[in-house]
Ligand binder design. Structure first.
Ligand code: NAD
Length: 354
């Protein structure tokens, strides 16, 4: 029997495919924008300038200052630059950091964002914004920050290094895993979560073997898109809470942290979510224990599997466990302090999930 559910579709427009960056001027024009500010991280300034050149007169400037977790100072500056240039919209080119900066401008000034994602983080599919001040990250949902249009061009992901491709892809799978057992899960979202996981699990080994394989890049980005939709449509649980705490408190790298924690968080919830386990088993080629299979997959991809490797000190395990249970949140299995501490110890040491 299909359980009762509520499903709200978010308005979104997607242009997908190798070479689709050439459609960006059309997307900008279709939204009636004439002076867009191009946002990117310093490492991707060349790509940002290329995009601005393709936009010609419709580009008001390039701001190559996006940084992980959107520090408020960076957000203030971006808002000022957008106002000084008289920008009427933003084109965010890059990963979650560039898209997050576009969202920070949209949140305050209401300027529409067009996203051109170059990682698999999925922020472009969500109305979730984040801002970091004094080491603490605030997040919220606001329909104004959902990008008005998204251009997925796998050619732009060819330069994403193998290691980041692997961890960013696992970050996307984490959205699908938690979407499958979310309190607001629905059959439609579950379809996308299963298919997104299947596509990423199939594509990532090929992407890591040959980063220029456009077919594999396309399949990975298709999977990331679906997983991003799942993230935008559902409420995340223990896994995202833990990664948020680890990233915010210890400044651990986003995608790598997700990669290490995911098998352990799934193993923790496994007894309470048989439907999600069955969907993941199908998506992961019949693996009876999807938590173990995700841990194995990370190993095959050469991705990190321990929090120690990411720079976390063993003494921080207890502190993070305390923080992770400080505020209640939804999770299919009751979250206990001891349970979280055991999970973190295994993830810290790089042990297989139990
Ligand atoms: P990122 O955007 O910080 O990118 C990581 C690095 O990779 C940067 O230096 C970037 O310039 C570089 N890079 C990106 N694409 C590249 C490419 N194709 N070629 C070469 N280099 C490339 O990392 P991310 O993992 O995409 O995003 C993480 C951030 O996004 C975090 O702050 C996270 O909280 C946020 N996020 C938000 C949401 C949301 O819904 N609000 C969703 C996912 C992630």
């Amino acid at each position: 029997m299909i359980a009762s559910f509520t499903y709200s579709a978010l308005p979104m427009r997607v242009r997908f495919g190798a070479g689709s960056l050439s459609a960006l001027p059309e997307e900008v024009a279709a939204l009636g924008l004439t002076r867009v500010l191009v946002l990117c991280s310093p490492e991707q300034e060349d790509t940002g300038r290329l995009v601005a050149a393709a936009l010609g007169d419709r580009a008001a400037g390039v701001l190559a200052e996006a940084r992980m977790h959107v520090p408020v100072e960076v957000a203030h500056r971006a808002r000022e630059v957008a106002a000084e240039l008289g920008a009427d919209g933003c084109v965010a080119v890059g990963g979650g950091s560039a898209v997050g900066l576009g969202k920070a401008i949209a949140l305050e000034h209401g300027l529409p964002v067009i996203a051109v994602p170059t990682t698999y983080a999925g922020s472009e599919m969500t109305p979730i914004w984040g801002l970091t001040e004094g080491g603490a990250k605030r997040t919220g949902r606001d329909s104004r920050v959902l990008p008005a249009s998204v251009v997925y061009d796998p050619e732009l992901t060819v330069s994403l290094p193998a290691q980041l491709s692997a961890t960013s892809g696992m970050n996307a799978v984490a959205h699908a895993v938690e979407g499958l057992y979310a309190p607001d899960a629905s059959p439609i979202v579950s379809l996308m979560a299963e298919e997104g996981t299947r596509a990423l699990a199939a594509a990532l080994p090929r992407v890591v073997a040959d980063g220029a394989d456009l077919d594999a890049r396309g399949e990975a980005q298709y999977g990331a898109w679906l997983c991003g939709v799942v993230l935008g449509a559902t409420t995340m649980s223990l896994h995202h809470k833990l990664c948020h705490t680890l990233g915010g408190t210890l400044d651990l790298p986003h995608a790598q942290t997700h990669t290490v924690v995911l098998p352990h968080a799934l193993a923790y919830n496994r007894p309470a979510v048989p439907g999600a386990v069955a969907a993941l088993t199908r998506a992961l080629g019949g693996a009876p224990d999807p938590a173990r299979e995700l841990w194995e997959l990370a190993g095959r991809l050469g991705a990190p599997r321990s929090l120690a490797e990411l720079g976390m000190a063993e003494r921080d395990i207890e502190r993070i466990a305390d923080l992770a249970v400080a505020n209640p949140y939804s999770n299919p299995r009751p979250v206990t302090r001891d349970g979280v501490a055991a999970l973190l110890r295994a993830a810290w040491a790089g042990e297989p999930p139990v």
